[in-house]
Design a protein around this ligand. Structure first.
Ligand code: CTP
Ligand code: MG
Length: 236
């Protein structure tokens, strides 16, 4: 196996609302997590997945995935944690139990259900070509300003040079030892929402490859509209 993927799926989805953990919210009657797993497992390089499920929903998620992907799908489910960082850490431990030597490990948000195979393959290829950590990213389209509080109002401090900015997506890819070292070095109970950021803090380089608009993250209610529209177009 060339690569395994860790899928943090234990978040509450507070910004989306709706009362169900976000990964279990349905898009076209299929939970978002199932879409995300199908998307990453469709990449020829990816041979296994470890899902970090909501801690009180592990058995339910196992049953769901056996039903949707088949009992012999190469997917393991572990209990996630209170932060994304902890969920990824637990999934990494879970991977050690099922595969000791797969050299490339990806981390992919369950909340990015439609990442194209080409993005997954580009990330894996960049790690295999020698990078320790790889992020897919897109140029920033809006003008971005730094602001500061000024009394009750907010004032612009400066306009950031957009040409040098990138919006980062997942899957992020790592040489396995690099991801393990980053998680070992991070403060336990920390809340880093980006694994590559932990590698940066170790002073290690992070390589950028082109992302895709279709790898967007479902975060707020408006994103559900976009996800449904994309799904309908793909199914048409
Ligand atoms: N995640 C996780 N464990 C947590 C928090 C987040 O596995 N304790 C996962 C989410 O399930 C999601 C991914 O990390 O797939 C990206 O996080 P985000 O979009 O912030 O999802 P939520 O944390 O669920 O949403 P919110 O921040 O709005 O509550
Ligand atoms: Mg969150």
């Amino acid at each position: 196996m060339r690569a395994a993927v860790l899928v943090p799926a234990a978040g509450l989805g507070l910004r989306l609302g709706g009362g169900l953990p976000k990964a279990l919210r349905e898009l076209g009657e299929v939970p978002m997590l199932v879409h995300a797993l199908r998307a990453v497992l469709a990449a020829p390089s990816v041979g296994a997945a470890v899902v970090a499920a909501p801690p009180d929903g592990v058995a339910d998620v196992r049953a769901l995935l056996a039903r949707e992907l088949g009992a012999d799908a190469p997917v393991t489910v572990v209990a996630g944690g209170a932060t994304r960082q902890e969920s990824v850490s637990r999934a990494l431990d879970g991977l050690a139990a099922v595969d000791a030597d797969c050299p490339v490990v990806l981390v992919h948000d369950a909340a990015r259900p439609f990442v194209p195979v080409e993005v997954v393959e580009a990330v894996v290829a960049a790690v295999e070509a020698g990078a320790g950590a790889v992020v897919p990213a897109l140029p920033v389209v809006d003008t971005v300003k730094e602001v500061a509080a000024d009394g009750g109002a907010e004032l612009v401090v400066r306009t950031v040079d957009r040409a040098a900015l990138r919006a980062v997506q997942t899957p992020q890819g790592f040489r396995r030892a690099v991801l393990a070292a980053a998680h070992a070095a991070a403060a336990p109970g920390g809340d880093t929402t980006d694994d590559a950021g932990m590698v940066e803090r170790m002073g290690e380089p992070v390589t950028v490859v082109p992302g895709s608009e279709e790898a967007f993250k479902v975060t707020r209610p408006f994103d559900l509209l976009l996800a449904e529209a994309l799904l309908n177009r793909r199914r048409a």
